[in-house]
Design a protein around this ligand. Structure first.
Ligand code: SF4
Length: 58
């Protein structure tokens, strides 16, 4: 899976959801999770902007 979020690291700041609402959502635990494996470009923007580097786009 090329887009993943480390839920242990994510602090639920919502930056990735703001930058890429078609790619991420906050789950019931307040942690981000990918909702699609498409739209890699905005996922990469979110990866670059995550303050704790919880997003991995490979
Ligand atoms: S930007 Fe990073 S820390 Fe913030 S919600 Fe997204 S994955 Fe979590």
């Amino acid at each position: 899976m090329p887009i993943s979020v480390n839920k242990e690291t994510c602090i639920g700041c919502g930056t990735c959801v703001s930058l890429c609402p078609s790619g991420f959502k906050l789950n019931d635990d307040g942690k981000s999770e990918p909702i699609t494996q498409e739209n890699l470009e905005c996922a990469k923007q979110a990866e670059d902007s995550c303050p704790v580097k919880a997003i991995i786009v490979s």
